[in-house]
Ligand binder design. Structure first.
Ligand code: ATP
Length: 247
């Protein structure tokens, strides 16, 4: 995994279908980077999502190419093959273990996701253990409230008290990063053994964009989104049109 082993770096794994990668993904990654002073966000298109068995409508190679185009102007964002297709199911639990082993010991690995993914965590393979491999950063999403967290936690986990942020504000501004709207909430997650880990929420994001909505719009527009939309970066929109995706 080239480029993952920088001494003491703060890295977030951001997995997804990225079918296609859109402005919502970029907004989430920018907000997380600013709030938690991340050095890198790894955009990792998944080979096949265990919980989306119908598969994606663009191939893995096409999603990889589009993701690379989407993040091309963001030096802190990197394309990652950590979740590339393999003979085994693409379980985030395994991916994070591999990534963490590849990082230097004093690096910190986070796992970034939107609220809908977090709500589904209880169905994920070893979902309750994932926050203990890589602390979660969960971004709000329209229609997916981050209020009743205790009710959506995987069995065996509970939420501890709000903690004082150990990172934020001053240094993030000095590094030229914009603070995320709505700020950062720092909680803790506890498991049945009494271990606890930080748990971060970005409650102020309301980017009403989804890949399924974009695929439907492209289909309705016969392959090319109308000019002026802010759903995707231009190179991704051109790639979709040039490759006849989602028609
Ligand atoms: P689909 O509509 O096909 O389900 P999606 O828009 O949710 O796709 P994914 O690639 O499946 O996109 O999402 C990858 C990750 O990004 C997930 O954790 C998801 O919750 C998060 N995410 C995607 N869009 C947003 C958004 N607008 N706001 C917050 N989180 C988002």
């Amino acid at each position: 995994m080239p480029g993952t082993n920088v001494e003491g770096s703060r890295v977030a794994f951001f997995g997804g279908s990225f079918d296609p990668p859109h402005s919502g993904h970029l907004a989430v990654a920018r907000a997380a980077r600013a709030a938690l002073q991340l050095d890198r966000v790894l955009f990792a298109p998944v080979g096949a999502q265990p919980l989306k068995p119908q598969g994606s409508t663009a191939s893995f190679q096409q999603r990889l190419a589009m993701t690379s185009l989407a993040i091309a102007n963001e030096p802190a964002f990197q394309l990652s093959l950590a979740d590339a297709p393999s003979n085994a199911p693409n379980y985030t639990y395994d991916t994070l273990l591999r990534l963490r082993a590849a990082l230097s010991p004093n690096s910190t690995l986070f796992c970034l996701m939107g609220a809908d993914s977090f709500i589904g965590l209880r169905q994920w393979h070893r979902g309750a253990e994932i926050p203990f491999i890589a602390p979660l950063i969960v971004a709000s999403r329209p229609g997916q409230q981050l209020l009743d967290l205790a009710n959506v936690l995987p069995a065996g986990l509970s939420i501890g008290p709000e903690a004082t942020p150990s990172v934020v504000a001053g240094p993030e501004l000095s590094r030229g990063l914009k603070p995320s709207p709505g700020g950062l909430r720092c909680l803790t997650l506890r498991n049945a053994a009494g271990d606890s880990v930080p748990f971060y929420l970005l409650p102020g994001l309301h980017v009403d964009i989804s890949a399924s909505q974009i695929r439907a719009q492209v289909r309705a527009a016969r392959g090319r989104l109308p000019a002026g939309h802010e759903l995707l970066t231009d190179p991704v929109a051109e790639y979709i049109a040039d490759h006849g995706l989602y028609r």
